[in-house]
Design a protein. Sequence first.
Length: 90
Amino acid sequence: NVCLVIIARLVVRTTMECEGSGFPEMKAMLFGHMLDNYLTLRVLAIKAFGLATLVAAGLPVGKEGPNCHMAACIARNLDPDFVNKRSRSA
């Protein structure tokens, strides 16, 4: 289990946007503060790998914040112009 935690930490550390739950950053983005490189496919893949590895190691991690962040990454990559539309309407 310790090896899985160490592997997850080393992988997540490669991308700063993947650290933490992601929920406070999502709230900030909903209120109009756009964060660059926060909703990319790389962030999605690393966040999913890290969350799955930590759950497999048996750690009691919160899954709601990371899942919210991953859902936003999926939505952003399905419709890349959504953020541009939102920033023009504000």
